[in-house]
Structure formats: structure tokens, C-alpha cells
Design a protein around this ligand. Structure first.
Ligand SMILES: [Zn+2]
Length: 131
């Protein structure tokens, strides 16, 4: 597969997915171990636990993005914005190889998410198609 122009990006994404999976597993293990603890509200342990939960959610969404990008590579749509269908700039992909949205769509989606309008990537479902 040395003639694959995306092999380098793919390796980066695969390594990233592996490290995310390990981090997530470690974090889940930590959280599981704390489930039976009897703690009061405001306890430092509770704060720590909330931080861990927030981190876990971040890691899981990064993992989902990484897997999306890998799937896009297999389908030959890597580097194409899955929302507007335009090419994602190589500079952006270099900084963020898991990106499946162009800068413009990403900003729009982030804005909608912050407002709570969109909690999931609904265009990723059957209601969205290229062309
Ligand atoms: Zn776009």
C-alpha cells in the first residue's frame, strides 16, 4: 500500500485511534473503581470524578471523529466536507487529520451545538447525501 497517497494520514489516524482507545479504557476503569464510593456533594473526589467524566466525553467524541475520518478514507471521501461537499484545505487536515468538516461548516456546527440546537451529527444519517 505504499502507493496510497493517504497512507501517512491513515497511519496517524490509526495511531491516534489506538491511543484514544487506551485512554478511554483507562479512564473507564478509573471511573468504575469509584462507583461504590460513598461521597458527599462537594467532596474533592466528586469534583475529580466530574472532571474525569468530562474528559471521557471529550475523548469519546475525538474517537468518533477519528473513526469517521478513517471511514471516509475507505470510502474515498476523505478530505471532503461531509456537510457541504467541498474540499477541506490540506492545511486544516495537517493540523487536524480527523477533520471531516471544512472550517466553515465546523464553525457553524460548533455554534449550533453550543446553542443546543444540534446534539448529534444528523446530516451524517440518511437525510444527507453527496451531490
Ligand atoms: Zn463544509
Amino acid at each position: 500500500m505504499t502507493d496510497n497517497p493517504l497512507s501517512e494520514e491513515k497511519n496517524i489516524l490509526l495511531a491516534r485511534r489506538q491511543s484514544l482507545l487506551e485512554d478511554i479504557a483507562a479512564l473507564q476503569e478509573t471511573l468504575r473503581g469509584e462507583v461504590d464510593m460513598d461521597v458527599d456533594e462537594g467532596d474533592p473526589d466528586v469534583v475529580e470524578r466530574e472532571k474525569s467524566v468530562a474528559l471521557l466525553e471529550t475523548l469519546q467524541s475525538e474517537l468518533a471523529a477519528t473513526e469517521d475520518a478513517l471511514r471516509a478514507m475507505e470510502q474515498g471521501t476523505y478530505g471532503i466536507c461531509e456537510r457541504c461537499g467541498k474540499a477541506i484545505s490540506p492545511e486544516r487536515l495537517e493540523v487536524k487529520p480527523e477533520a471531516t468538516l471544512c472550517v466553515k461548516c465546523q464553525a457553524e456546527v460548533d455554534r449550533l451545538r453550543r446553542r443546543g440546537v444540534m446534539s448529534t451529527r444528523r446530516w451524517n444519517a440518511e437525510d444527507y447525501s453527496f451531490g
